[in-house]
Design a protein. Structure first.
Length: 249
């Protein structure tokens, strides 16, 4: 059975297809042990929490397949939280953005490792396979209503601001703000990390590349907000290196 098939089997078991949301044997046993009879609202909340933990584990599994992208998803989620706040995205919407950053590459679990880990440039055919990962990610996440907005952000995180991205060629504000945030964070992390086919770019080069892509690949407002955060983090790092106390929270 492929990794993707295992995911889909897990989803079916978790959602209780054919037996209601409490058809999962593990969840039924836990409730019997606790002597509880869940309300429909509590049952749904428990199911969603269980599912979210499952997909977080899968995200870590995707990262672990590639030593070059180890902890990529975790780094992305931390930066997404800060960037969402700076752009005025708050509350539940901000949590969705953070989840999307954590799970944006979940669809790569359905991509052949020979393509994911190839040390050279992908062939046109391999690139077409790689381009399917946002769609696969959406298929994994969308069965859970709670993760619907997250699934949409994952689906569109490879869209370009000028409409030249994939999978649908959306442009500008047709692309969810969460997807535009993830796109910038994902590109930065890719540029500033070692890859199978190249060493990490210098920080100044990565900054130039982001600014060059503003208005074409990336939302210019998101780029400037992201770079402002990076500048403040770099300044804080220098202060700590000089023995200064970190700024008050």
């Amino acid at each position: 059975m492929t990794a993707l098939a295992l995911v889909e089997t897990g989803i079916a078991a978790l959602l209780g297809f054919g037996g209601g949301i409490w058809a999962s044997p593990g969840l039924r046993a836990w409730r019997r042990q606790e002597g509880q009879c869940p309300s429909p609202t509590q049952a749904l909340a428990d199911m969603e929490e269980f599912y979210l933990e499952m997909v977080k584990t899968l995200a870590r599994a995707v990262d672990s397949k590639d030593s070059y992208t180890h902890e990529h998803s975790e780094r992305a989620s931390v930066k997404a939280r800060r960037l969402a706040a700076r752009l005025g995205v708050a509350g539940t919407a901000a949590r969705y953005v953070e989840y999307a950053a954590l799970l944006h590459d979940i669809g790569k679990i359905g991509i052949d490792e020979a393509i994911l880990l190839k040390p050279g440039k992908l062939t046109p055919e391999e690139y077409e396979v790689m381009k399917k990962h946002p769609i696969i990610g959406h298929q994994i996440l969308s069965p859970v209503k709670y993760l619907g907005p997250v699934a949409e952000m994952v689906l569109y995180h490879q869209e370009w601001y000028n409409g030249q991205g994939y999978p649908e060629g959306r442009k500008g504000e047709e692309i969810p703000i969460g997807a535009r945030i993830v796109a910038v964070i994902d590109a930065w992390d890719a540029m500033t990390s070692d890859r199978p086919y190249r060493k990490a770019l210098r920080r100044d080069v990565a900054i130039s590349e982001l600014r060059r892509g503003a208005g074409t690949q990336f939302d210019p407002q998101v780029v400037e907000a992201f770079l402002a955060i990076e500048e403040s983090l770099e300044a804080e790092k220098e202060r700590r290196g000089n023995g200064a106390a970190p700024p008050a929270p």
